[in-house]
Write a new protein. Structure first.
Length: 682
């Protein structure tokens, strides 16, 4: 084990931007760094709790904010590597430290001495002369103590600590099981017939995946979305589509990496936690501190959208089944057929297929498109930096500056799939913005799983890949543009059903003609996307929305069905089946995230547990917000962009999210703009 003095996680980071020295960090450094950082924070908090002077904002709230900086930087580096570059040593460390960190955090927020100081300040807040931001921070801290169980008796606190620690262990194991299933599977494409129907870009991706697994000269399909979904979309081999799809939807469902028992235990523990804290269900506990406020309100939105989406999904299914019969197929449409025949139908209806679009969607150009949009809206500029430490050689870094030249932070892009990276796409922070003791600018990361182009060839994206890039960059801007004083409310530390607003809103700029004409350039000729092709792309934006809305809503409903119950004992498969039956979900559509691999809800801290509905809740807001730009006649309208910056992207959690949105838009919207956006209104 390395000596503390030699541990780069505990030493000063001497890079000009104080970036972690990734080249010197090893898995063995993390446990001693966590132990040291947790001990330091516990000591600082003990001093706050034992302070004989009367509580003040500075000696209690601000001191609390200062106490966890060392732990935050260790935890942020570890979270990045555990998600984006997890070898066996990192995964072993995750299993070891996850329950320790959870127990540490729980001990802080159930400390009766600390709670008394915060509670005392909260009662006297009107006479303390606090700024609006300080008042918000005090309010959020007191609420965190209450929701963590600071008011419980000793027996309740002990049981809550056991629950929190066990949930952390289960969350780490759940995510590692999914990753193990993804790493273990590869569908070989061994003959020319196995490649039938696959465009060149899909073949190249399959060849690269084979090379990464040491199978030079072959082709394989993996369980990453960027690999399996294009295969399902284009492969003419129905038998191989079925094999790939079956493996894709069975991640974590049986075998050596079975997550179903973990789900049952986690749901039961979450329900018990909610009861200890006085809530009828875990969903009621979670949503009490969200915009929705109640499970009934969340379900109400889901029900309203499902009522419009289900008829569309059924009509789409019938159209695809008719296409099967028209081609002479004597079989019923199955889930592994949907993407294949939907691609054929899109070609027939809109004269558009992915192979037409992909040559115009080079990764580098789409990155520049996202940067250009940020420049037009917020005045930001992005300069490539090759002198900043990174965790993998192909990770890219840009310095971000404001229009006046001020440094605003660093942006890291980790774009390519690899075996050590969990699937999906996400944004995270290596350091949050704050100004408590001077200006601290953020280090923001986007992680993707795009299939890398062949040697010497650009990486080409599907339109959904490009949308994902814009989505995650919207999250990144939420972190980069943050302008608050206190870390607790910085950047994306907002309500779960508000956090997706900046990301989903940003997607709207991708398919604007102003962006496509400038950045959708053919990767060989440099020619812009032809106007007729762009028009067909825009016209097809609501194609297949019945399917897309259905697979999302299935996951959103099943999340609530797990967690909106007073008792937690469940069998994962039975809950999934009951959800589908109640929805009358078409058999041909599978939930976007089936429970055994539903990492949003069950992996790690389960950040979206009882909150997966929030993507749709935020979409109500983002559809309404972009409608304001459209109504202004300029999608870069300066006055609207300024308000968007001030009240959404830069404001963090400095005010209630409903108040923040009203400050930007004037009123909270209903779902009509969302339904129009998805083409679900006739």
């Amino acid at each position: 084990m390395p000596a503390t003095s030699d541990n780069p996680l505990l030493a000063a980071w001497t890079d000009p931007f104080a970036v972690p020295p990734f080249g010197r960090i090893a898995a063995a450094h993390f446990r001693p760094a966590f132990d040291r950082a947790m001990a330091e924070q516990r000591g600082a908090l003990d001093r706050i709790a034992a302070d004989p002077s009367d509580p003040s904002f500075d000696n209690t709230v601000a001191a609390m904010e200062r106490s966890g900086r060392a732990l935050a930087r260790v935890e942020n580096v570890f979270s990045l590597l555990a998600g984006a570059d997890a070898d066996d040593a990192i995964m072993a460390t995750e299993r070891e430290v996850a329950p320790l960190i959870a127990a540490h955090r729980n001990a802080i927020f159930t400390d009766a001495r600390l709670f008394r100081r915060f509670d005392d300040l909260h009662r006297r807040r009107a006479g303390l002369g606090l700024t609006a931001e300080q008042g918000r921070v005090l309010e959020r801290y007191r609420l965190a103590f209450v929701r963590a169980g600071a008011g419980l008796d000793d027996a309740g606190k002990r049981r809550l600590a056991e629950i929190v620690r066990r949930l952390a262990t289960l969350g780490a194991a759940f995510g590692q099981n999914v990753l193990a299933d993804e790493q273990a599977y590869a569908l070989p494409l061994e003959t020319p017939e196995d490649l039938a129907g696959l465009p060149e870009f899909v073949r190249l991706a399959a060849r690269h995946a084979a090379q990464e697994r040491g199978l030079s000269g072959g082709h394989v399909v993996t369980l990453g979305r960027s690999s399996v979904e294009p295969f399902l979309q284009f492969s003419a081999r129905r038998d191989l589509r079925e094999k790939a799809f079956a493996a894709f939807v069975a991640r974590g469902d049986g075998g050596a990496h079975d997550n179903r028992g973990f789900i049952a235990e986690m749901v039961a523990l979450r329900a018990e936690r909610a009861r200890l804290l006085g809530y009828p269900s875990f969903a009621a506990y979670v949503l009490a501190d969200a915009m929705a406020k109640t499970p009934g309100a969340a379900r109400g939105l889901l029900d309203e959208v499902w009522a419009a989406a289900r008829p569309r999904a059924v009509a789409e299914r019938d159209a695809l089944q008719a296409l099967v019969h028209a081609e002479g197929g004597n079989f019923r449409l199955a889930p592994w057929d949907w993407r294949y025949y939907a691609e054929k139908l899109r070609k027939a209806r809109h004269d558009l297929d992915e192979a037409d679009l992909k040559p115009y969607l080079a990764l580098d150009n789409m990155i520049e498109a996202a940067f250009y949009t940020a420049n037009r809206l917020f005045g930001l500029t992005f300069a490539r930096r090759d002198d900043v430490p990174v965790w993998r050689p192909d990770v890219r870094v840009w310095e971000v500056k404001a229009a006046d030249g001020r440094h605003r932070g660093l942006f890291f892009g980790d774009y390519f799939a690899r075996a050590t990276k969990r699937s999906g796409a996400w944004m995270m922070s290596l350091r949050d913005q704050e100004k408590l003791d001077g200006e601290v600018r953020p280090l923001i990361v986007n992680v993707m799983n795009f299939s890398k182009g062949a040697d010497g060839e650009p990486t080409l994206l599907s339109f959904e890949d490009a949308r994902t890039l814009f989505h995650e960059f919207g999250h990144a801007l939420h972190g980069l543009l943050s302008e608050v004083t206190y870390p607790l409310i910085a950047g994306t530390n907002v309500a779960a059903d508000f956090v997706e607003l900046p990301s989903q809103l940003y997607e709207h700029w991708l398919d604007r003609p102003e962006i496509l004409r400038r950045f959708a350039l053919h990767h060989r000729t440099g020619q812009p996307i032809p106007e007729p092709l762009m028009a067909r792309l825009v016209a097809s934006r609501t194609f297949n929305q019945g399917f897309m809305t259905s697979e999302y809503l299935g996951s959103a409903f099943v999340d609530l069905d797990f967690h909106d119950r007073p008792e937690g004992a469940v069998e994962a498969g039975a809950v999934e089946a009951a959800t589908r039956a109640r929805m009358a979900m078409p058999d041909e559509i599978v939930m976007r995230h089936r429970p055994p691999h539903f990492q949003h809800v069950f992996a790690g801290e389960g950040a979206y547990a009882a909150g997966y509905y929030s993507y749709l809740w935020s979409e109500v807001l983002d559809a309404d917000a972009f409608a304001a730009f459209e109504a202004a006649g300029d999608v870069f309208d300066p006055a609207l962009a300024r308000r968007l910056h001030d009240y959404v992207y830069a404001a963090g959690n400095s005010r209630d999210p409903a108040e923040a949105y009203r400050a930007f838009r004037g009123v909270l919207p209903g779902p009509q703009a969302l339904l129009r956006k998805r083409g679900l209104v006739v």
